[in-house]
Design a protein around this ligand. Structure first.
Ligand code: SF4
Length: 176
């Protein structure tokens, strides 16, 4: 069975990929770029993933283009609810790609992060899966949180300090 896994960064991908392979699934990655700001940060995360993917022999599709403007236009005036749009676009893009590539499932490394709204990711993934016609592979990868961090430190992966968008960067560093 083939699964297309949306990857937000190499660190969050370690445990889900290991787990999926142990389950006997054939995994391919999809790196979505529009929500990672600024562009230089997006490149750092992509380069870290490229290096890690080579190490573990993972094929990855890297999204073309960099639609920062589109991302901002879609969340402006409702910045506090921006994650809804962000999750939805990342999951839907992955599901559509999975349908085109005839994958059996799609999934997301968002299911690994303790910082994300896990139940929302799950319900959105399942509903997008139904509408697109490719099932969402749900697993609670948060159980591998510690293991993933330890492994990423051990191999010296680049570890980002904020979720991705420019708003999350401000929340991380701006302390009035
Ligand atoms: S905080 Fe993270 S999940 Fe929320 S909109 Fe920004 S990048 Fe997306």
């Amino acid at each position: 069975m083939k699964v297309l896994l949306h990857i937000c960064c190499a660190n969050c991908a370690i445990y889900p990929i290991k787990n999926m392979r142990e389950e006997g699934l054939e995994v391919m990655g999809f790196f979505y770029r529009h929500n990672i700001h600024p562009y230089t940060e997006c490149l750092k995360r992509q380069q870290a993933l490229e290096a890690y993917a080579e190490q573990i022999k993972l094929k990855v599709i890297y999204q073309e283009g960099y639609d920062l403007e589109g991302f901002i236009q879609n969340v402006v005036f409702r910045e506090s609810e921006r994650c809804n749009y962000c999750y939805h676009d990342r999951l839907r893009s992955t599901a559509l790609l999975a349908r085109r590539g005839k994958f059996d499932y799609f999934s997301s490394t968002l299911l690994y992060s303790k910082q994300q709204k896990h139940e929302l990711v799950r319900s959105m993934g399942e509903s997008i899966g139904k509408s697109v016609g490719v099932p969402f592979l749900y697993r609670d990868y948060r159980k591998g949180w510690k293991e993933g961090i330890e492994c990423s430190k051990q191999i010296g992966l680049y570890r980002q300090q904020y979720c991705g968008c420019i708003y999350s960067e401000k929340e991380r560093y701006y302390k009035p």
